[in-house]
Design a protein around this ligand. Structure first.
Ligand SMILES: [Zn+2]
Length: 384
């Protein structure tokens, strides 16, 4: 083949609707890929393609970014398999939320971060133990919060540790939540990183927690149906609105027990969307009720959140929070890595929340996942 008729692009995705919230691009456009990189986005690119993939009737999204999951498999009882639960379901980058602590971090790095083709980061548990077993709260012995260990681990692993995590449920912190939260914020402050705070079953109402949080800190499980959530009746609590106003972030983090359709429906009706839309996948929920990130997105879309808003919160927003935007994650732009998730709406399916309530809605199914331009073998939805 001569230089002149050599195809300009390895692959062109044609006919799909591109949604790239980072650039504000939305419309029926072709995406051309060459050498693992997005070469061009525009109209009529198929002529120059070695391979054309018809995406008519589908959405062409940036590879998804999971802002909150548990993937420390084989060490933690809650760890789901990283690639199986995420990459093969359209996620190219993920943050483990506190499954590893300083004493187990080296294993997390060796067993999870290094072998995976995904870009994996974490929120390091402030307890050196991390979340090894849900039956035994990692901070019931408050001495397991060792600031120097957390800080040393973060400083030695800046490519992975992008924040800290504390779970404030009563069965994790006992009576010590305030002291432990303050210590955790000190650690996060010293490291210059955000703190993610798990709510749901805290011993005091949410405003008592929020008053400690800084801009950039993250409240996980904002749509929890457990006591001390974000709502007061039908309304968003003033302290929640005020916290958002000053930059505290909210993460939906579905999880086994922290998505209430009723809370989500009311909050969405008031325009209260999470900053990060995450699944909080774990070994306890990846075969249901959570399944995966796309299913978590489909549920919130069914409850009234526009699809573009859901995509924003599962791509560019978590990418920014995790500092992965600078590596080209969470966006589709010429010159950037070709991480692409092509999604199709399915027939209506019965979908459960964490309390066993159901809605009937279409799911979002990854029909093609490209990681650095290469197709990834996808797996069927685990609810089938
Ligand atoms: Zn979690």
């Amino acid at each position: 083949m001569t230089e002149e008729n050599k195809p300009a692009y390895d692959r062109v995705l044609t006919g799909g609707t591109v949604i790239d919230p980072a650039s504000g691009t939305e419309g029926r456009l072709d995406v051309a890929i060459s050498g693992g990189t997005v070469a061009a986005i525009g109209e009529g690119l198929a002529a120059g393609a070695a391979e054309v993939t018809d995406c008519t009737g589908r959405w062409v999204l940036p590879g998804l970014v999971e802002g909150h999951t548990h993937i420390f498999q084989h060490v933690s009882k809650v760890g789901a398999p990283a690639d199986e639960a995420h990459l093969r379901r359209g996620v190219v980058a993920a943050a483990d939320a506190g499954t590893a602590g300083a004493s187990t971090f080296a294993a997390f790095r060796r067993l999870v971060v290094e072998p995976s083709p995904m870009r994996i980061t974490n929120f390091l548990n402030v307890s050196v133990l991390g979340l090894i077993d849900f039956r035994f709260g990692e901070l019931l012995n408050p001495d397991t919060l060792v600031p120097d260990d957390a800080l040393e681990t973060a400083a030695a692993n800046p490519d992975v540790v992008r924040g800290f995590k504390i779970r404030l449920s009563e069965d994790v912190v006992g009576d010590n939540w305030r002291m432990l939260l303050k210590k955790s914020i000190d650690v996060a402050e010293q490291a210059g990183l955000p703190l993610m705070v798990h709510i749901g079953e805290t011993s005091e109402p949410l405003p008592a927690v929020l008053e400690h949080l800084r801009a950039g800190d993250v409240v996980a499980h904002c749509y929890t149906g457990k006591p001390h959530g974000i709502l007061d009746g039908d309304a968003i609590q003033p302290a929640v609105a005020e916290a958002r106003e000053r930059g505290v972030l909210f993460d939906s983090a579905h999880g086994k027990s922290n998505l209430s359709f009723e809370v989500a429906r009311r909050a969405i009706a008031r325009g209260f969307y999470p900053d990060v839309l995450s699944s909080d996948t774990s070994a306890r929920n990846w075969r249901g009720p959570v399944f995966d990130l796309l299913t978590s997105m489909a549920k919130l879309v069914a409850l009234g959140m526009p699809l573009t808003e859901a995509v924003t919160r599962a791509t560019v927003r978590p990418a920014r929070l995790l500092g992965l935007d600078t590596e080209g994650y969470g966006r589709l732009e010429p010159g950037g890595p070709a991480h692409v998730t092509v999604v199709e709406e399915t027939a209506e399916t019965v979908l459960p929340d964490a309390a066993g309530n159901t809605i009937t809605a279409p799911r979002l199914e990854p029909v093609l996942v490209l990681h650095k331009g290469e197709p990834v073998e996808t797996v069927p939805w685990r609810g089938l």
